[in-house]
Design a binder for this molecule. Sequence first.
Ligand code: SAM
Length: 238
Amino acid sequence: MDEPMKNRSYYDAMAAGYERERHHGYHVFLDESEVRCVEDLVKGANVLEVGCGSGLILSRLASMAGRVVGADISGEMLALASARVPSVVQADATHLPFRDESFDVAVSFKVLAHIREIREAVGEIARVVKPGGYVALEFYNRHSLRTAIKRIKSPSAVAGDVDDTDVYTRYDGLAEMIDYLPPVLKHVRTHGIRIAVPAAFFMKVPLVGRALAARERFLSRTPMRRFGGFLVVIARKN
Ligand SMILES: C[S@@+](CC[C@H](N)C(=O)[O-])C[C@H]1O[C@@H](n2cnc3c(N)ncnc32)[C@H](O)[C@@H]1O
């Protein structure tokens, strides 16, 4: 099976349980942090989310944007997303079924980390954005506490006998992320997410979770943001 098809069956298997943990604690913190990175860009805009999954972030974006479209490789994930947003399309990030310059903004959260052909995916995302528009690309940061913990931790179960080692996952440094941008994209800023949260379960503990979220918001405005477990690279198209 080629890589995109492996991703498709991995996420098809995961879809039924994908939202089990998504409506509280760590995952709400993550969704809110990701949306905060792009809210100034998406207001009133025509927005594409590449790898929209079950549409949780896309539906948040829909409340701010002029129009949203979601693309994802997994039919099972899209079945969930279509209950939230009307416009979803099954597609591989490296071959997007949209004309050049179709969107004002394209975003992608927790998806590029699962794509080996990273330059093709970033190039495709750039292609479908209009000149003067923006892309927001989230990567997993090799230089972070989250990555260090992942290296020593045992695999997390996903569904049945599938665990998180069954999907290709890449970890990049910030300089590499910026290097993946084609010449038509100019890097404008980077956001760090999960800079100081050592493990997801801390966010379930009410007082600790609130304190960590406040600490994160503070650190995200300092140079420490480059150590976020997730880095969101914002670039403008010439
Ligand atoms: C961790 S989920 C994130 C979903 C959503 N962005 C969110 O934050 O809730 C990753 C998503 O990327 C999709 N995906 C993985 N590889 C893909 C590819 N090559 N092209 C398009 N989507 C892909 C998966 O099907 C899955 O829905």
